[in-house]
Design a protein around this ligand. Structure first.
Ligand SMILES: Nc1ncnc2c1ncn2[C@@H]1O[C@H](COP(=O)(O)OP(=O)(O)O)[C@@H](O)[C@H]1O
Ligand SMILES: [Mg+2]
Length: 347
């Protein structure tokens, strides 16, 4: 896949921008604040319908303008497509594919695929488990787009189960009727069924990513590894990658049964994939809390490079975007890194 042209209107600092892109490596060079990251962010938006820097769309619209438009021409094999997103903060965004009538914005997902490294990725290593779960689930979805539906099903089931637990907890506190536990049994089964599906995919992903991450870290920081990716599950001992969906279903069900009393007291779901973490090990220690700033940066970069290798190896080659990648690497690690694309392709 190749983005052949990027076109912006009132996006961030750009009133208008037309950026033709050749196959191979493109390097944007410029002073601070010149708009390099803004370009990267626009491409990332087409791939994810969100920014890697801000959680709402408003800052993406040029100050004083009402809406922003991001357009891209994308070539995949013989096929070329033109996609267009109109960002309307506070109102629904609009999308078009090939100038035809409107489609839902999420229908453009999958046309542009990216792996993006940005300074914000430091949070993958230093931040809360939620950052790492999102990393896993986004990659799971990039490998297998149908997982987008599984993820939203899980969110929905979790929300409804939490609502039920909360109202039960409230009723108990105020001496109300004790709940009908058979309703909760049904939600347990839903949660375990969808949760097991997500777990299977996360565990398979981690097993596949592990050797690639170790290699990428060795390339970024020679001699600095090894790295180990270790899934910590709230449903019990870390599942081996070979564990089947049925076994994981039973494991989630057992964990829910074990946690039920406490869940009813607290009014919230305490076990399941939404409570899990990916422990990033570096030389036998967790990177979080132990690794230096530069090592954490190298680790986050290695995770993105490994993601790119994984998707490319599986025939889903994305666009690799590296923003400010050298900012925190020491000079030895900046000099002609082996993971950098061949210089002959740079311009
Ligand atoms: N919504 C906006 N409207 C106008 N200018 C903006 C908007 N958002 C960001 N900018 C400007 O964009 C610039 C940052 O661009 P950026 O791409 O992050 O720079 P860099 O080239 O250093 O990566 C800043 O000068 C900022 O003022
Ligand atoms: Mg920048």
């Amino acid at each position: 896949m190749h983005v052949t042209h990027l076109s912006l209107a009132d996006f961030r600092s750009y009133a208008r921008a037309e950026v033709p892109l050749d196959p191979g490596v493109t390097v944007f060079v410029g002073a601070n604040g010149q708009g390099k990251t803004n370009l990267v962010e626009a491409v990332g938006y087409l791939a994810t319908l969100g920014s890697h820097r801000v959680s709402s769309d408003a800052p993406l619209v040029r100050m004083g303008a009402e809406r922003a438009v991001v357009r891209a021409a994308v070539t995949q094999g013989e096929r070329s497509q033109l996609i267009e997103l109109e960002l309307n903060p506070g109102r629904a965004n609009r999308a078009r594919v090939n100038r035809s009538s409107q489609v839902r914005p999420r229908d453009v997902l999958g046309i542009v695929r990216t792996v993006l490294f940005a300074p914000e990725d430091l949070a993958l290593v230093k931040g809360d488990p939620g950052e790492r779960r999102r990393f896993l689930d986004e990659l799971v979805t990039a490998r297998s787009p149908r997982m987008a539906g599984v993820r939203s099903d899980y969110e929905r089931v979790l929300k409804q189960r939490n609502t039920l637990l909360k109202s039960t907890a409230m009723a108990r506190r105020h001496g109300g009727r004790s709940m009908d536990l058979s309703t909760l049994d049904v939600w347990d089964q839903h949660l375990a069924r969808v949760g097991a599906e997500l777990l299977v995919q996360r565990l398979d992903l981690i097993a596949t990513l592990q050797p690639l991450a170790d290699k990428a870290y060795a390339d970024v920081a020679p001699g600095g590894g090894p790295v180990a990716l270790d899934y910590r599950s709230s449903v019990g001992p870390e599942g081996a990658a070979s564990r089947s969906r049925e076994e994981l279903y039973e494991q989630v069900m057992a964990a829910l049964a074990g946690a039920r009393k406490q869940e009813i007291e607290r009014g919230v779901t305490l076990v399941g994939p939404h409570r899990d973490d990916l422990v990033l090990g570096l030389r036998g220690m967790p990177a979080k809390g132990y690794a230096s700033h530069g090592e954490s940066w190298s680790y986050a970069l290695a995770l993105r490079l490994a993601s790119y290798d994984l998707l490319r190896g599986e025939g889903n080659e994305p666009v690799l975007i590296l923003d400010d990648v050298f900012a925190e690497l020491d000079t030895r690690r900046r000099e002609r890194p082996s993971w950098w694309p061949p210089a002959s392709r740079c311009w």
